[in-house]
Design a binder for this molecule. Sequence first.
Ligand code: NAG
Ligand code: NAG
Ligand code: NAG
Ligand code: NAG
Ligand code: NAG
Ligand code: NAG
Ligand code: NAG
Length: 165
Amino acid sequence: MEPALIFRRLFVAIVIFAVALPANATDHIVGDNHGWNPGINYTLWAGNHTFFVGDLISFRYQRNQYNVYMVNKTGYDNCTLEGALGNWSSGKDFIELNESKRYYFICGNGLCFGGMKVTVFVAELPTSPPPSHYNNHTSGAQSILRQFASTVPGILAGIFTGIWI
Ligand SMILES: *[C@@H]1O[C@H](CO)[C@@H](O)[C@H](O)[C@H]1NC(C)=O
Ligand SMILES: *[C@@H]1O[C@H](CO)[C@@H](O)[C@H](O)[C@H]1NC(C)=O
Ligand SMILES: *[C@@H]1O[C@H](CO)[C@@H](O)[C@H](O)[C@H]1NC(C)=O
Ligand SMILES: *[C@@H]1O[C@H](CO)[C@@H](O)[C@H](O)[C@H]1NC(C)=O
Ligand SMILES: *[C@@H]1O[C@H](CO)[C@@H](O)[C@H](O)[C@H]1NC(C)=O
Ligand SMILES: *[C@@H]1O[C@H](CO)[C@@H](O)[C@H](O)[C@H]1NC(C)=O
Ligand SMILES: *[C@@H]1O[C@H](CO)[C@@H](O)[C@H](O)[C@H]1NC(C)=O
């Protein structure tokens, strides 16, 4: 295979890769460089961020000193852990925001009362098309392209078997 041809196919592969993959998920570090600690207004922090399905929220804190509980609204309002939906304590916890809904996180060792609580609303990805407004041909083709291009082996196979050019 000629080098020029390889470069052309590589270019096409990169373009398809960039177009077909969803935008990178954002990691929202709670409290930014202040982390997960007492005395921080996390309402202000949350107001400065926009959360989409698939994003991560991450808590950075002194391990063994604090922790993170995912609770419901009652737990958030009252700083209680009943019916907690999850808990983390590694000191560097990454939590995937899988659903479009309001999430509630609190510190489980009493410091919730001191303000170690944060709630975020996670919105649907703006690029996810409402299915009813799209014809099936377009979305079908997009989904096949996405599936194919989202595997690096698929890309490499495409370059070297030359199916695109
Ligand atoms: C955080 O800041 C908001 C907006 O200034 C304010 O309404 C809220 O009371 C503050 N929360 C705390 C716990 O200080
Ligand atoms: C919100 O973001 C703006 C712009 O980056 C910044 O100036 C401001 O300090 C931020 N506020 C908080 C509470 O993080
Ligand atoms: C939780 O707090 C609310 C007020 O924010 C109160 O009305 C309610 O009774 C409390 N629930 C429990 C279970 O303590
Ligand atoms: C939160 O969970 C507790 C315990 O399961 C439950 O009693 C409470 O009603 C729930 N609150 C909400 C708002 O769902
Ligand atoms: C914390 O999470 C573990 C599993 O990850 C669970 O077994 C445990 O019951 C949870 N603790 C509370 C208080 O929810
Ligand atoms: C989000 O989804 C992943 C994989 O589907 C799962 O491992 C993870 O536990 C989920 N996270 C939450 C907070 O539900
Ligand atoms: C798209 O496919 C669904 C079933 O998969 C069908 O119900 C719907 O009528 C189709 N829409 C169009 C515009 O062909």
